[in-house]
Design a binder for this molecule. Structure first.
Ligand SMILES: Cc1cc2nc3c(=O)[nH]c(=O)nc-3n(C[C@H](O)[C@H](O)[C@H](O)COP(=O)(O)OP(=O)(O)OC[C@H]3O[C@@H](n4cnc5c(N)ncnc54)[C@H](O)[C@@H]3O)c2cc1C
Ligand SMILES: *[C@@H]1O[C@H](CO)[C@@H](O)[C@H](O)[C@H]1NC(C)=O
Ligand SMILES: *[C@@H]1O[C@H](CO)[C@@H](O)[C@H](O)[C@H]1NC(C)=O
Ligand SMILES: *[C@@H]1O[C@H](CO)[C@@H](O)[C@H](O)[C@H]1NC(C)=O
Ligand SMILES: *[C@@H]1O[C@H](CO)[C@@H](O)[C@H](O)[C@H]1NC(C)=O
Ligand SMILES: *[C@@H]1O[C@H](CO)[C@@H](O)[C@H](O)[C@H]1NC(C)=O
Length: 533
């Protein structure tokens, strides 16, 4: 350490320069300044320089790329952070928040990096990344049916650690094992047990957060308003989530899965129409996701058709499932041989597309099989779409190209929870949520332009069939097309545009809480909750 008396005046200079004007090339001074400040606020034994990567460090690019999950934000023109800070302790997060605030550095927080618009690691103004991947411990307590899980853990790690301790417990969260807990839960995460147990945030007991003053707070010290806000109001608006204490839910010894596919020539339209009536109202133990995709026809060469695939989790045995569906949903044509009984953890692997027989420890891997270029959008459907309109939609989807739709049924527990119980407002009255989805592998701006225009077209065709005024959206399916606020301004008027689509009537309360806990808008991104004076 330098002697403070000698270094102080020199050290102040870069801070002042930062406060006056951010400069994207000011890497050295921000590094020195941040390191000084962090050293001053942590123990010498922490060796704080180990956790701060500057662009010149040989590991900088691999650390940055390790949690990029959308290739659109892995190009040479993608804005890069000045620095990446990788805390090893909660106190490091606290020090990083205080120091970044003092130095006028804009923080982007990253846990699993699955944000569809890359908001956790990209920004138009100069920024640093607070990367949470080292903070990933999971402590499962079967006795009181709970688990503390740090923000940098993945969903796969959480499922595995629960399974290690109990074969009859699970947690209702997302389907892709690599998704990060920090972003997923704070965005209101859902998965294939949502009809039985609701969202992740409906099964939440406590949390730890670093606020804009650098304080480490839990549920009792943060208070019920802030605790409410971080149950779906979005990571990155209120503080840095350190950990959530989640409530485990019971799962049976035996669950059943199946996948059934039909094409237009097999009367897929009848199946889709009927699905809208059955999937949101059937037994709460039954979650039938419906995927709709334009594909090449098997029977007519050169022609396109629509494939409708029903992918299911049933919390129970195959006989019971067959008896429910043969009565309620004959259009599916479900047969005994379609149904596979297995344990809950095997169903997690099956849903994540692992090969039959893969050991559960595969859920601990942090390396994706492949990373594509992606764009996603969302919609909520409140009235069944008629067969005639579905047929019109199929033609439009085929003409548009390769945009697919994923229908996720609601109902069950979702209908029983008040829209104001958490920031997530899309409860009773919604039959299902649609994810609009397009992925591609071709590089370059022309491909991107083409695929983005395809998905935007399909989104516009969908307008008459989905919620309106506002047209609802799901925060975890981040979509900058529905509204964006420039990082530097983050004005209320801009924020309200996307805010009411994601949060409807809960937006006002989120703004009030934001204004109270972070009045200077230190925690912000292109779609964060704005401050209102
Ligand atoms: C392949 C794939 C599958 C998906 N499947 C599902 C699914 O089944 N169900 C579902 O609900 N969603 C799903 N999603 C969406 C996913 O839940 C969101 O993208 C979620 O925000 C990802 O969390 P993350 O930590 O991985 O992302 P990140 O990109 O790290 O973070 C997302 C947002 O949260 C903020 N954030 C991250 N960590 C913290 C923290 N510790 N404190 C405060 N703010 C933080 C970031 O700044 C960013 O704004 C999926 C996404 C992908 C790419
Ligand atoms: C170090 O900490 C002290 C006391 O908290 C503070 O007065 C001083 O400004 C800090 N120095 C730096 C370089 O952050
Ligand atoms: C940066 O690079 C050096 C040398 O390549 C290495 O020793 C160091 O551990 C790296 N990491 C950090 C955080 O500086
Ligand atoms: C991101 O780009 C770099 C540089 O082109 C490349 O080495 C890396 O493999 C890419 N990452 C992924 C996930 O494809
Ligand atoms: C499709 O529906 C028609 C009319 O209901 C029926 O005659 C035909 O057998 C069905 N085709 C298939 C493949 O199920
Ligand atoms: C997995 O493989 C075993 C043994 O080959 C088989 O009995 C079982 O039905 C398969 N399960 C699934 C889900 O395919």
């Amino acid at each position: 350490m330098m002697k403070p008396s000698v270094s102080m005046p020199l050290l102040l200079l870069p801070y002042l320069l930062f406060l006056i004007a951010f400069h994207p090339c000011a890497s050295d001074s921000s590094y020195d300044g941040l390191l000084q400040c962090l050293s001053n606020r942590t123990q010498p034994s922490d060796q704080i320089s180990r956790i701060v990567y500057q662009q010149t460090n040989s590991s900088f690019t691999s650390i940055l790329n390790a949690y990029v999950r959308n290739l659109r934000f892995n190009t040479t023109s993608t804005p890069k952070p000045l620095l990446i800070v990788t805390p090893l302790l909660e106190s490091h997060v606290s020090a990083a928040v205080v120091c970044a605030k003092t130095l006028g550095l804009h923080i982007k927080i990253r846990s699993g990096g699955h944000d569809y618009e890359g908001l956790s690691y990209v920004s138009d103004d100069s920024f640093i990344i607070l990367d949470m991947f080292n903070l990933r411990s999971i402590d499962v307590n079967v006795q009181d049916e709970s688990a503390w899980v740090q923000a940098g853990a993945t969903l796969g790690e959480l499922y595995y650690r629960i399974w290690e301790k109990s074969k009859v417990h699970g947690y209702p969260a997302g389907i892709c094992p690599l998704v990060g807990v920090g972003g997923h839960i704070s965005g209101g995460g859902y998965g294939n047990m949502l009809r039985k147990y609701g969202l992740s945030v409906d099964n939440m007991l406590d949390a730890r957060i670093v606020d804009a003053k650098g304080r480490i707070l839990d549920r009792s010290s943060m208070g019920e308003d802030l605790f409410w806000a971080i149950r779906g109001g979005g990571g990155g608006s209120f503080g840095v989530i350190l950990a959530y204490k989640v409530k485990l839910v019971p799962v049976p010894q035996t669950v059943t899965v199946f996948r059934v596919e039909k094409f237009l020539e097999d009367n897929a339209t009848d199946l889709v129409y009927k699905w809208q009536l059955i999937a949101p109202s059937t037994d709460v133990n039954l979650f039938m996701r419906l995927l709709i995709q334009p594909v090449s026809s098997r029977t007519q060469k050169g022609e396109k058709t629509i494939r409708a695939s029903v992918v299911t989790l049933f919390l129970g045995g195959a006989d019971r499932l067959l008896s429910i569906l043969s009565k309620d949903f004959p259009e599916l044509g479900l047969k005994k041989e379609n149904c596979m009984e297995m344990s809950w953890i095997e169903s997690v692997l099956w849903w994540a597309d692992f090969d039959n027989g893969t050991a559960p420890s595969a859920l601990l891997s942090r390396v994706p099989d492949s990373v594509n270029f992606l764009e996603r959008k969302s919609d909520y459907v409140q009235k069944p779409i008629s067969k005639a309109n579905l047929e019109w939609l199929w033609k439009k989807m085929i003409a548009a190209g390769k945009t697919g739709l994923v229908f996720n049924p609601y109902g069950g527990r979702m209908n029983k929870i008040a829209p104001s119980d958490s920031p997530f407002p899309h409860r009773a009255g919604n039959l299902y949520k649609i994810q609009h989805s397009i992925s591609w592998t071709e590089e370059g701006p022309d491909a991107e332009k083409n695929y983005l225009s395809q998905i935007r077209r399909v989104y516009s065709y969908m307008t008459p069939f989905v919620s309106n005024n506002p047209r609802g959206s799901f925060l975890n399916y981040r979509d900058l097309d529905i509204g964006i606020t420039s990082d530097s301004k983050n004005s209320y008027a801009e924020g309200e545009v996307y805010g009411v689509k994601y949060f409807k009537g809960n937006f006002d309360r989120l703004v009030k809480i934001k204004t109270a806990v972070d009045p200077t808008n230190f925690f912000r991104n292109e779609q964060s909750i704005p401050v209102k004076a």
